[in-house]
Each structure stands twice: as C-alpha cells, then as structure tokens.
Ligand binder design. Sequence first.
Ligand code: PXG
Length: 466
Amino acid sequence: MSPQFERSTAEWQALDAAHYLHPFTDFKALAAKGSRIISRADNIYLWDSDGHKLFDAMSGLWCVNVGYGQKTLIDAATAQLTTLPFYNSFFQTATQPAIALAHKLAQLSPTGFEHVFFTGSGSEGNDTIVRMVRRYWDMLDQPERHTIIGRFNGYHGSTMAGASLGGMTDMHAQGGLPIPGIVHIDQPYYVQHGKVNESQDDFGLRAASWLEDKILEVGPDKVAAFIGEPVQGAGGVIIPPDTYWPEIQRICNKYGILLVSDEVICGFGRTGHWWGCERFGYKPDLITFAKGVTSGYIPLGGVLVGARVAKVLIDQGGEFAHGYTYSGHPVACAVALANLQLIEDLGLVQHVRDDTGPYLASQFAALQSHPLVGEAQTCGLMGAIRLVKHKAVGAQAAQAFGPDEPVGMVCRGHCFANGLIMRAVGDRMIIAPPLVMTLAQVEELMALIRLCLDLTWADLQQRGWV
Ligand code: PXG
C-alpha cells in the first residue's frame, strides 16, 4: 500500500469524521461511531483496515460483477491512461474507446437497440432519460406529453430527476421532490398489496393495472413514459410475478407510452440474462445502465436508445442540448470493453443462468424452514430473505416485526461481525454477490447466512422480540 495510506484505523476514523460527508448518512451518528474502513479486495472478498476478511455478498454496491483484482480491466485502464487519459465527445469529436464501446453495447443489447448515450452514473443516465423522453415528444409536436410514471419504493438515483423518478418517500421529503411532471404508482410487492387467496399471477396483473388507472387519471395524451427496474434492487429485491411486466408492456403499447427499463442493477447478467427485460419478457424503448458495465472499477453509465426514439432524435435533426464532461470518458469506456470481454470469455451470464443461479435458488428455498424466514426468493444472483416475527400458519399470514423492532439492522450487525456483507432493507436481508462466484462459494455464503440467521434468532429471543 502506498505510504500515504498507512495510518491506524483510529486515525482514519478521526480524519473521516472530521472531513468526509458520506452518502445517505446521518453524519453526526457516524462521527460518533466511526466508519468501517475497507482497505483491499480480491475475488469476492474484502479486507478491512484491521485485517478482517469479509465475504462481499453485495458486489461492492451491486456492481463488482467480475469480482475484484481482474487484471484485464486494470491493464485496459493503465493502457488508456497512458495513451489518452481524457478527451471529450462534444464539438463533433470522439475517441476510439467510446465508439468501440457504443458498437459493442449495440451488439449486446436486445434487438432494435443500435445507439447509446454515455453518462458518468446511473443517476445521470436517468436524468438523460427525462430530458430525452420529453424531447422525443416535443419533436413529435406533443409537448403536453411530459409526465413520467414511476413507482413507490423504486430507486432511480439521487440527482433531482433520479430521486424524483424513484419513489423513496424519505428522499422526496428532503428538497421538495418530486420535480413537476413525475407521478408514482404502487410497487408489485405481494407482501404489501396482495389479497388473501390471490395468486401471484393474479396479483401481477392487478399491480400492472395500477399503471392504466394512473394513465387515465393523468390523461393518456399527457403521459410520456413509464419507468421501472425489472427487479427493484435498493427497494429490497422485490421480484415481480411473471405476469407483471408483459401486462405493463401491453398497457404502454395501448396508450403509445414509452417504456423505460432501468437496468442499472439488472443489466449485464445479474438475472442470468444479459438484460432483466429479457428475463421478464418485455421490450423497452429505452434502457438505463451503469454499475455492471465496468463492474464498478471506474464510473460509467448511460442510456441505450431503441429504434423508436433514435429514429425521431436522429432523422428529424436539431441539437439535443444535453451531455456531460465525462460522457464517453475514454478510460471508463476502455475498462468497460475489457469487462464485457471478460464476462463473455468467462461465460458469466450462462454461469448464473445454468449453475449458480439455480443452485442459489434451491438453497434459498431450503431457508424457508428457518423460524425467522417469511419468504426467501432469488432472481439470478439477487436474493432477499424477509424476516418475520411469526411464520405463516395455514391461511394466517406471517406476522411482521414492528416499527420499533429494526430486525434487519440486528441481523446486519451479526453479518458484519461474522465476515459477511449482506444488506438490510427494512425487514428484508438482501444479497447480490459477484457473478464470478463459484458453486463452492455459494455453499460458503449459505453457511454464513444460516449462521447469521441463527445468531439473530437467539439475539431476538434475548430481546424478547420473538
Ligand atoms: N437506477 C438503479 C436501478 C439503481 O439501483 C441508480 C439508478 C443510480 O445509479 P448511481 O450510479 O447514480 O448511484 C441505482 C443505484 C442501495 C443502493 O442502497 C443502490 C444504488 C445506489 C446506492 C445505494 O441499495 N443503486
């Protein structure tokens, strides 16, 4: 490690508390407690500054899909930094890596996607979606078609537009969001909205029908687009019933509304398919991507633009007044090319679809017998375990923990103490491990998860919560 990074953990924590404002953080509470400092990584493991090893079941932050320490990505960055560390794509200019990556993404995208707009992150990608969708309808002389429909508990980033498209009410409560022209429908979460004796399939159709209700409420000639994540990630790995997305597609088609698939988490193999929309059987008009495009080695995001929108934007001419300094950053694009090559060379998408995904699913199904587990579900290499106070008995639904019983945080504490990074979203414990994970590592992960569930159960008994 470089000498400038050689300090004790306590020194780093003091400097951190003195100067560094972390994302989505209660600054005061963290300063009192001290951050966990992560120092290095290899394959699917991390080490903190005290040398503790952690199993990274969240792939950094849903992004390090090829795992840590991949030499081809490092070499690609080094080579590009040496040749041309930066040049922009404004003023009728381009760099070879940006063009090559646009070409590669067109090859990997679902049929009908030939164009890409690059950004620096998923949030900027979704800001681009808002600008592009509204410009599309303006160019078609329908400027009143500006309303975009998102979903409560959806996550589309943290910029003004990203947070507005998302449906996180605690984010909306800060700063007067959503911005005008963005409205929300409920999420397809059976635990929250399902009816007694309603099948998953029926619930999926009913949840999709909320889109039609909202379109009719806003006025069909005012709605520009619908945006959703194939599987809601940050919302707690909410996996919709198989009937949901095809019905959403039918409704969008019926009213001529653009369908946007935010694949920032689900893209590049996470679901066992290249794209989440392929897993769930729908054809979006626009796709947002980020994270897995570079496996998080360097920031990059963007929008894949399908033929319907591209045709209008390109054929009609006129400048699209939008872009970022780092749109098509050559180093980021070079790393992305190496990353996509590696995903192909290692056959990671098939590996998830045929090997680790089904194995993880069977292991999660077996968790169902644990006294704390309400449901445990997976989609590819994403999984969620809902912790419940009392399990469902017969027709009686499972009983959830109360608002003053933060069970997820208790469980997360046991995970960290035992070398496992698993995220808590309310009462849902979620994972999204690197796609390079082997079958043996799935077993290792499941042993850690079972241990942490047992420790949590014993802890909750002591607290008198169960
Ligand atoms: N769309 C989706 C679906 C995302 O998951 C973004 C957009 C925004 O991407 P950027 O690169 O601007 O962060 C995301 C990001 C969490 C968590 O706690 C999830 C994300 C980001 C930070 C935390 O699960 N997803």
